[in-house]
Design a protein around this ligand. Structure first.
Ligand SMILES: O=P(O)(O)OC[C@H]1O[C@H](OP(=O)(O)OP(=O)(O)O)[C@H](O)[C@@H]1O
Length: 272
């Protein structure tokens, strides 16, 4: 039977903000997400609205990643109309639901984001091919409260990641220490060739992007927002990445600006 040409080769163009950080970096141009994220970061929002907004935003970010990065397959799906007419069949490209995917929970602020991704991936993909891993991590600070690294203090990892898409949903990408350490942990423990390594931040900074690019040039980065609020005014007037060396989104204690405060603290009502 003939195929309706409009669905035979889907072209999907991510709507993203212009920048000079390179092809592996994607900052969504998404008014809905920006609006919900601004609300999430406002001092008026606490539980239970905070976690509900996290869920809404991660669904949104995950869908952008799926549309852009996940392999597709040619599919034939009978509709309920098939019993009335032989034309009751959809033929076209769909997401390849046999792709293996791992979502990594970066505890603690990444717990809920990863759980949201895991739940939604199970709805779309063959659940047998979807896995969730856990890494217990903390940023390490010096006596001046500056972040000097991150450490893994525990893990439950379901196995190697060869041939799989590996997602790292962590709401804040500040210095990049946590996600760089997490990705190194996978590479050093298992080796192999993942299909793609993808970070999903609600907010990341120019410092985060630089750290990840230097340490892991193979990683693909997605964020709803780039925060570079500590940059000089004339740098804020330029396209992101054009004067990357002068950009900054971090205070001297490595909190994101404009940012939203400690997401891990707010998510768990635990002020440590
Ligand atoms: O890019 P980085 O500088 O590593 O920082 C960001 C980390 O801090 C936040 O988490 P959380 O509050 O759970 O962690 P913490 O205890 O390590 O601050 C965030 O979600 C990252 O995991």
């Amino acid at each position: 039977m003939t195929v309706d040409s409009q669905y035979s080769n889907l072209s999907y163009n991510l709507n993203e903000i212009e920048h000079r950080y390179g092809d592996n970096v994607h900052i969504l141009n998404d008014p809905f997400a920006l609006s919900q994220l601004a609300k999430l970061c406002s001092p008026d929002v606490g539980q239970p609205q905070f976690n509900r907004l996290i869920e809404i935003l991660y669904q949104r970010l995950l869908i952008s990643v799926i549309n852009t990065e996940f392999p597709r397959k040619k599919a034939t799906v009978h509709s309920r109309m098939k019993e009335h007419t032989r034309r009751g069949v959809f033929r076209g490209e769909l997401i390849d639901d046999e792709t293996e995917v791992v979502t990594v929970d970066i505890a603690r602020a990444g717990i809920l984001p990863s759980q949201v991704c895991y739940t939604y991936l199970n709805e779309l993909m063959n659940p047998v091919r979807v896995r969730q891993d856990h890494l217990i991590m903390s940023r390490v600070t010096n006596p001046q409260d500056e972040v000097v690294g991150a450490k893994v203090s525990g893990e439950k990892i379901g196995g190697p990641v060869d041939g799989r898409i590996v997602l790292f949903p962590d709401p804040m990408g500040a210095t990049g220490s946590s996600l760089s350490t997490a990705i190194s942990y996978y590479k050093e423990t298992f080796g192999g060739e993942p299909l793609r390594l993808i970070t999903l931040n609600l907010i990341f900074t120019p410092e985060f992007v630089r750290r990840l690019k230097n340490d892991h040039p193979d990683v693909i980065m997605y964020a709803c927002r780039l925060d570079r609020g500590m940059s000089p005014d004339e740098v804020l007037d330029t396209v992101p990445g054009e004067r990357w060396d002068e950009e900054s989104g971090l205070t001297d204690k490595h909190y994101i600006v404009p940012g939203g405060g400690g997401f891990g603290e707010l998510m768990n009502n635990a002020w440590i």
